[in-house]
Design a protein around this ligand. Structure first.
Ligand SMILES: Nc1ncnc2c1ncn2[C@@H]1O[C@H](COP(=O)(O)OP(=O)(O)OP(=O)(O)O)[C@@H](O)[C@H]1O
Ligand SMILES: [Mg+2]
Length: 341
C-alpha cells in the first residue's frame, strides 16, 4: 500500500456526521435482483453527506448508479430495485423509517427533483402557471390567489420572458429551454431545502444549457438550498459545484472540494475522465455508453482494476477503502496518482 494511504486514517463517515449536513447517507447498498442471475449491485456501501447550501456534483458514466442513488434518497427506486442496507438522514430525520405519507409530504416540498425531458413532467392539458400554483397549494397552506401570485413570481425568477402571458401558456407552446425553466420553477416554488438535479440539462443545446445552469445556481445560492447535481459531464462541475464526487460502479471513488479535485485528481479513473474531456471527443462519446461490465454481488477487489492503467496485483484481490489523503479529499485507490509538490 502507498505510504500516504497508510497514513490516512480519517473515516469518511466523519464527513457524514457533520453537524451542518442537510443530507447524510451511511452505508447505503442498493441492488436490482434479476431473475435467474446474480443481482446487480448498483450502489455499494456508500457514505456521503451534503451540507446546507452546498452544491455537490455527482459525476459518473452511464450505468454507474447516479439515478439509482437519487431515487434511493427519494424513496422512489424503480422496480425491482431495493435498499439492502444503510440509512438516509434528511434534516435530522431517518427517511427510511418514515411512513409513505410522511415521505410524500417531504417530496416536492423539502426535497425536489429536476430531471430531463421537461415535457414529460408537465401536464399537456394544464397551463404552466396553474401547474406551478398547484404544486405550491399542495404543499403550502395558502389560498388560490396567493399560489397564483407565487407561481408568477417563480416564472419571473426563472426568467421566462413576458411571464404574465406565459402563465396561461400550455406546455406545447414553449421551447425546450423554456419548458425546462418551468420545471425548475415547479421544483423551487416551495423553497425546498434540498434539490436533486439528475442530468437535467443534457438534452438542451449548449448555450441554453449554460443559461439554465447559471440560473439554477443563482436560485439555489440565493435560497441557501443544497443540491446534488448529477451529470456525466465532468467539465460542468468545475464552474458549478462546491465539491465533486466521482462514482464508479456504485462506489464513490473520489470526493474533494472542486478546486482541489481539478488541481490534484488522485484516482486513476478521475484522471482518465479529465483527460478524456479535455482532449478527446471520441472518448467523451464512449463515456456516455452504459458500463459494459456490471458489478455482481460476489465481486472482490477494485471494480476499476480491469480498466485501470495503474493496476497492480493487490488491486485485484483487495477492495480499497475511501480514505482522506488531504483535508476533505477522499480517494478509493491502493495506488493513487501522487504528483510531486
Ligand atoms: N429498473 C432496473 N432494473 C434492473 N437494473 C437496473 C434498473 N435501473 C438501473 N439498473 C442497473 O443499475 C445500474 C445503475 O443504473 P443507473 O440508472 O442508476 O445509472 P446512471 O448512472 O443513472 O446512468 P445514466 O448516466 O445512463 O443515467 C446499472 O447497472 C443499471 O443497468
Ligand atoms: Mg441516470
Amino acid at each position: 500500500m502507498h505510504p500516504e494511504i497508510a497514513a490516512a486514517t480519517r473515516d469518511p463517515a466523519v464527513l457524514s456526521a457533520r453537524s451542518d449536513a442537510i443530507l447524510a447517507i451511511r452505508g447505503l447498498s442498493v441492488s436490482y435482483p434479476v431473475y435467474g442471475t446474480e443481482a446487480v449491485r448498483a450502489i455499494r456501501e456508500l457514505d456521503l453527506s451534503i451540507a446546507r447550501g452546498e452544491i455537490l456534483g455527482l459525476v459518473g458514466e452511464s450505468g454507474s448508479g447516479k439515478t439509482t442513488l437519487a431515487r434511493a434518497i427519494m424513496g422512489l427506486l424503480a422496480r425491482p430495485g431495493r435498499i439492502d442496507a444503510g440509512s438516509v438522514t434528511f434534516d435530522g430525520r431517518d427517511l427510511r423509517a418514515m411512513p409513505e405519507d410522511a415521505l410524500r409530504a417531504i417530496r416536492g416540498k423539502d426535497i425536489a427533483m429536476v430531471i430531463p425531458n421537461p415535457r414529460g413532467e408537465l401536464d399537456p392539458l394544464v397551463t404552466v402557471g396553474r401547474q406551478i400554483a398547484t404544486v405550491a397549494r399542495a404543499h403550502l397552506d395558502i389560498a388560490r390567489d396567493k399560489s397564483d401570485e407565487l407561481a408568477l413570481e417563480m416564472l419571473k425568477a426563472v426568467q421566462i420572458p413576458d411571464p404574465k402571458r406565459r402563465f396561461n401558456a400550455y406546455p406545447h407552446e414553449l421551447s425546450g429551454g423554456m419548458a425546462q425553466r418551468v420545471v425548475m420553477a415547479m421544483s423551487l416554488v416551495c423553497s425546498p431545502k434540498f434539490i436533486i438535479s439528475d442530468d437535467a440539462t443534457s438534452g438542451l443545446d449548449v448555450t441554453v444549457q449554460a443559461q439554465i445552469l447559471d440560473l439554477l445556481r443563482n436560485l439555489v445560492r440565493s435560497h441557501q438550498t443544497a443540491m446534488m447535481f448529477i451529470t456525466r459531464d465532468i467539465g460542468i462541475t468545475a464552474h458549478f459545484c462546491d465539491r465533486v464526487a466521482v462514482i464508479y460502479a456504485g462506489e464513490i471513488v473520489e470526493l474533494a472540494p472542486t478546486v482541489r479535485f481539478f488541481e490534484n485528481p488522485m484516482h486513476p479513473y478521475s484522471v482518465m475522465l479529465l483527460a478524456a474531456f479535455a482532449h478527446n471527443p471520441r472518448l467523451r462519446e464512449k463515456w456516455h455508453k452504459p458500463l459494459a461490465s456490471q458489478i455482481r454481488a460476489g465481486t472482490t477487489g477494485c471494480p476499476y482494476a480491469p480498466r485501470c492503467v495503474h493496476v497492480e496485483d493487490q488491486c485485484r484481490g483487495t477492495r480499497p477503502a475511501l480514505l482522506e489523503l488531504e483535508p476533505g479529499h477522499f480517494v478509493r485507490c491502493l495506488v493513487p496518482v501522487v504528483r510531486p509538490t
